[in-house]
Design a protein around this ligand. Structure first.
Ligand SMILES: Nc1ncnc2c1ncn2[C@@H]1O[C@H](COP(=O)(O)OP(=O)(O)OP(=O)(O)O)[C@@H](O)[C@H]1O
Length: 291
């Protein structure tokens, strides 16, 4: 059974349609929503989080009709918004107690037990008495996750949780999400492929308000089979190749440059096909090489 079922969902801001006839099924575990800036990820996350109304389409979350039973859905939901902000003068622990009280945890012992368990879960207990304004970006995001887990939600929605984190904070955050996905259904939106590479089994690719792909990460990589090429050319040809093709990456070697690029047929007599990655699949879908 799907945790979330979305059928024919469209959403406009004034007259501009930013989600276009979306069909999506999300099962338990960790689900990655991939897409470039402006694709519509936050809009979709806000709709699923009951914050934003929409125009057409049907959304069912754990058998509840989101348009009529938003209150029921909210009871099952934890949400980390894209621009999460906790007031700087609170300590991490005070903030957690504040959110828990707002969510109706009035029994002090029950609230304290839950706050301490969650601070431990996100590894913030050692800094819990420090003011939030002294936290690093990674610590603030971990606090954001901890507050989303208050009230034992079944579904956690994380909107671009790794944006702006340095590489070590990102790895730490990724490991935390992987650990949590054993007990919760998590939807993670991101434009950073490595966020989902190691931990998500299923993904969807959103671009210009449309779902261009949904399936396993393995299937996303395989979609680019025979479309990914490596081409080694003298450095003088750099600009020419870059202008003509959808480049995924390039690396400089002694007097040459090696491009990794996406093309539906051989882009050049010197090119060879190579094994695709998830990033290749994503780029192929976004660039419209594969219909
Ligand atoms: N409140 C709003 N009013 C009008 N247009 C909006 C509003 N919010 C978002 N948009 C537009 O809707 C489109 C989708 O935006 P959205 O924030 O959902 O995308 P996103 O994939 O989350 O992008 P990003 O990664 O940059 O946050 C964009 O073109 C954006 O400019």
């Amino acid at each position: 059974m799907s945790t979330i079922k979305i059928e024919g969902l469209s959403k406009s801001y004034r007259k501009v349609e930013v989600l276009k006839d979306i069909d999506l099924q999300i099962d338990t575990g960790l689900f990655g929503l991939l897409g470039p800036n402006g694709a519509g990820k936050t809009t979709l996350m806000k709709i699923l989080s009951t914050i934003l109304p929409w125009k057409d389409g049907q959304v069912t979350i754990y058998d509840f009709d989101l348009s009529k039973e938003g209150d029921k859905v909210r009871e099952l939901l934890g949400y980390l918004p894209q621009h999460f902000h906790a007031p700087g003068q609170f300590t991490g622990r005070e903030f957690m107690h504040y959110v828990a009280s707002m969510k109706g945890l009035t029994d002090k012992k029950e609230r304290t037990d839950q706050v301490e368990r969650l601070l431990e879960e996100v590894n913030l207990q050692p800094q819990a008495n420090k003011r939030v304004k002294s936290y690093s970006g990674g610590m603030k995001r971990r606090l954001g996750i901890a507050q989303a887990l208050i009230g034992n939600p079944k579904l956690i929605i994380l909107d671009e949780p790794t944006a702006g984190l340095d590489p070590s904070e990102r790895i730490r955050f990724r490991n935390l999400i992987t650990k949590l996905s054993k007990n919760y259904t998590i939807i993670l939106s991101t434009h950073i492929i490595s966020d989902i590479e190691s931990s998500c089994e299923k993904v969807a690719v959103l671009n210009n308000g449309k779902v261009l792909f949904q399936g396993t990460t393995v299937a996303l990589a395989e979609i680019a089979l025979n479309f990914v090429w490596e081409l080694s050319v003298p450095y003088t040809e750099y600009d020419d190749i870059e202008k003509k093709h959808a480049i995924i990456s390039s690396r400089k070697e002694k007097d040459s440059v090696v491009f990794r690029l996406i093309a539906s047929g051989s882009p050049d007599g010197r090119a060879i096909t190579v094994q695709p990655t998830i990033e290749d699949g994503y780029m192929a879908v976004i660039n419209g090489v594969i219909k």
